[in-house]
Design a protein around this ligand. Structure first.
Ligand SMILES: Nc1nc2c(c(=O)[nH]1)N[C@H]1C(S)=C(S)[C@@H](COP(=O)(O)O)O[C@H]1N2
Ligand SMILES: [Mo]
Length: 399
């Protein structure tokens, strides 16, 4: 089919591209009730995952050193409630709001099936997916600070290849108002209730500028359909941004001429606490972080060894990784594997440890990206424990 230029086009153009049937308004789609089902559907065995009930983190000790991407079966899961089972055959993405070229209310939203979306040019892109709170537990264990939220170590991250369509192609085909500024993405999972407050369905607004830049509506990961836990049949992906921006089980997009808000950009996923202003902005681009492909407290034999790890940034490429094998006294450059890097995925690196002496050691890795952003030695304290980007002190024992 003819590729659609990423311009703001009218509603009639959409009918030609997507087929008249797709544009019939539908009643609100309702997610099936899932009260008795488990929080996560895929297996999360203890040799691969650390289990946090609704969430599960990938163990860095289980990462396949030879593989670049994270297999979907190994990717961390972060659910506010539980994984819903959505029927792809009746699934429809609803589009409404006064930011469409032809404004529409929620009750008469446009409705796009997966088949409609698959008629648009297919787009593939490798990117890091990472939770805003990745590394949160180190606020406590490394900085003696108390924070709320899931006590992830560094496994709430992965690099995957997305398959889908560019959101800008979808918007061009349905027609975007020239003064649209904000898009609210809402999931089909159960409403999120916490501390007696019902926050409604998981949803978060993002700027139209990001939508027209690199946002993806993805139905696939690493060449497979999405698993239910990762957003089947369709999720939003905002590459480089905090994980919460990539809404799973995408039910609707509200396109607006005014700034939209939700608890996920006003209450959660903002910096809060004594060091932050009351109007700190919603978090967007992920910081720079690094991890060793080792368990915390790993035992290593007392002979020369090549250690490996990965570093990533939401803003650009990793240009340098410095490592210390002696708790931060001396530093040396790690060897970056630049060849295996795909698109906006992470960078693999290695370092040779020629003479490991028996006893306890702390390994440190500190990366810098091509925007000159580097990892601090102390992460900025915030009460919800976001953006722990400081260099992590990784204990190992040589035996
Ligand atoms: N609908 C919906 N989308 C969501 C979430 C959710 O709970 N519901 N969690 C968000 C958060 S906080 C993260 S970090 C990522 C995690 O994606 P994954 O579970 O596929 O790894 O999904 C985001 N999208
Ligand atoms: Mo997250």
């Amino acid at each position: 089919m003819t590729p659609i230029a990423p311009t703001r086009r009218g509603f009639l153009a959409a009918a030609a591209v997507l087929g008249g049937a797709a544009l019939v308004p539908t009643a609100a789609w309702r997610a099936p009730s899932s009260a008795a089902s488990p929080f996560i559907l895929k297996p999360t065995p203890p040799e691969l995952f650390r289990d946090f009930k609704t969430n599960a983190e990938m163990l860095w000790s289980s990462v396949d050193r030879a593989g670049y991407r994270t297999p979907q079966s190994r990717l961390f899961v972060r659910n506010h409630t539980r994984t819903p089972q959505v029927d792809a055959s009746t699934y429809a993405l609803r589009l409404f709001g006064d930011g469409l070229a032809t404004p529409r209310g929620e009750a008469d939203a446009l409705s796009l099936s997966l088949a409609d979306l698959k008629r648009l040019p297919r787009h593939e892109h490798t990117a890091v997916l990472e939770c805003t709170g990745n590394g949160r537990s180190f606020f406590t264990t490394q900085q003696q600070q108390s924070v709320s939220g899931t006590a992830w170590t560094l496994g709430a991250v992965g690099t995957v290849r997305w398959t889908g369509v560019r959101l800008r192609d979808v918007l061009a085909s349905v027609g975007l108002a020239p003064d649209a500024v904000s898009i609210q993405a809402t999931g089909l999972d159960d409403p999120y209730v916490s501390g007696g407050v019902d926050y409604g369905r998981v949803r978060r607004p993002f700027p139209v500028a990001k939508a027209l830049d690199d946002a993806i509506l993805a139905w696939g990961m690493n060449g497979e359909d999405l698993l239910p836990d990762h957003g089947y049949p369709l999720r939003l992906v905002l590459p480089g941004w905090v994980g919460i921006a990539s809404i799973k089980w995408l039910g609707s997009l509200e396109v607006s001429r005014t700034e939209l808000t939700s608890p996920w950009n006003t209450t959660f996923y903002r910096m809060t606490g004594p060091d932050w202003p009351a109007d700190s902005p919603p978090l967007t681009v992920n910081p720079v972080r690094s991890a060793w492909e080792l368990a915390a407290g790993a035992q290593l034999p007392a002979r020369p060894v090549t250690l490996t790890g990965r570093s990533w940034s939401g803003a650009g490429r990793i240009t340098r990784v410095s490592v210390s094998l002696d708790g931060g006294e001396s530093w040396r450059p790690a060897v970056l594997d630049r060849r295996s890097r795909e698109d906006a995925g992470w960078t693999r690196w290695s370092v040779r440890w020629g003479n490991p002496r028996r006893g306890r050691h702390e390994l440190l890795a500190r990366a810098t990206d091509d925007r000159g952003r580097t990892q601090p030695l102390v992460a900025a304290y915030n009460t919800q424990g976001y953006f722990f980007d400081a260099v992590v002190r990784h204990p190992v024992t040589v035996v």
